[in-house]
Design a protein around this ligand. Sequence first.
Ligand code: SAH
Ligand code: SF4
Ligand code: F3S
Length: 480
Amino acid sequence: MTDTPEPAKRLLVRTWGCQMNVYDSARMADVLAPLGYGSTGELEGADMVVLNTCHIREKASEKVFSELGRLRLMKQARAAEGRRMIIAVAGCVAQAEGAAILERAPFVDIVLGPQATHRLPALVRRAEAGERALLDTEFPPEDKFDELPEATIPQGLTAFLTVQEGCDKFCSFCVVPYTRGAEYSRPAASVLAEARRLVAQGAREITLLGQNVNAYHGEGPDGSTWRLSRLIRALADIDGLARIRYTTSHPRDFMDEHGGDVELIAAHRAVPQLMPFLHLPVQSGSDAMLRAMNRRHTADDFLRIVDALREAQPDLALSSDFIVGHPGETEADFAATMALVRRVGFASAFSFKFSARPGTPAAELEMRVPEATKDARLLELQALLRDQQAAFNASLLGRVIPVLILEPGRHKGQMAGRSPWLQPVHAMLPPTLAGEIVPLRITAAHPNSLAAEATSATPLDAPAPAMPERAMPLLQAASA
Ligand code: SAH
Ligand code: SF4
Ligand code: F3S
């Protein structure tokens, strides 16, 4: 007699928005695994589809409804075959729009806010039992991180780890304080335990996540408050964890006079595992705009932080976010942004046209910038940022740099990896090197990636001797 196991159900999670959503999507897959759901990349045949959404700009949140239109047809087709398809909308659009989603798309089964991930299994059980229109957008009193299971589906060689969530900054334009709620830091012990699990599952690089990750002030194991710098130093003691990153930082939380974590700047000098790349959004180079945006730092504050970071770690490269066309932005304000970009020199950056978001103060402001002006400014800014990115990539030509080898590349015999500055790197290497950090010489610089080759110092025999990155200089000259 054979026991027929319950057929595995297929789960498709589609993710938009920031890395916090990527992390949450992985947690949703974790909590649904015990209910028999296994992940699929295909919509075809999916028993459950989760749209993990982003509300940050109008375009991002509108995408959800066009996607739902497609899902409605799939759901109908499956129903005609007598099969169920559960549709859930999660993430920041779910939080912001709540019941309005169920009105606009009544075929949606579950609407789930970002703070309710741990309650998804209960909702899915109810949906499987035939209940409809289930809504959970409460900010629950319990801590979702305490409620999430320890057992996780391995993330691989590079992993995300959320250490902080929410935001109390209330920038004029931004929905995050409303969709993610107040700033909250996880206790250090629970972060460290999760990091150790990730490393035991194979992670070589961990990126610590938070909407304002350098505002972290978690409870330390000794009862004192730990800042991010303290947490990073403790993470650096984990054997096997070769690389640490953190994102997204806020300039204000680097500033001593505002109780920021200045030690974090020193950590870039002292902790070899901390990668020399920092995403530090500035939004604008004009103090008038920064005031209107309620950023609570000046352009000069930003430049002073950048200088201090570069003094601590001369190989540090920077990335940032910019908004053009915030209400009231003049030509002079925009020129100040261009000047700041020229002064800093960014290795990469994201830039956006201001998008008026319902419920935010900036949506109510007069002095809107005409769409055509926004377009022109964005083009000009992006051209400069693109040149800077190309120049940064080109500056590595001929250099030997440590590359974390990740997976087979698109071409036969090729492996893809990651530079200390987050650039994708391709090289002809044996697949057995996956997970190793090896020195490679950069042979070509493309707009968004690098090509590289092995040098006489590259260990090609598997398994490669585990080379501690700290023993490897970041940049070796062409003659190396
Ligand atoms: N917590 C981070 C980033 C949050 S959102 C920070 O404080 O910087 C990511 C980026 O989206 C922002 O840095 C900003 O550049 C952009 N953004 C946010 N709201 C926007 C809006 N209403 N219109 C255009 N861009 C926006
Ligand atoms: Fe949004 Fe500002 Fe908070 Fe960043 S700091 S999440 S831009 S409100
Ligand atoms: Fe988007 Fe929410 Fe992240 S609005 S950027 S998914 S915090």
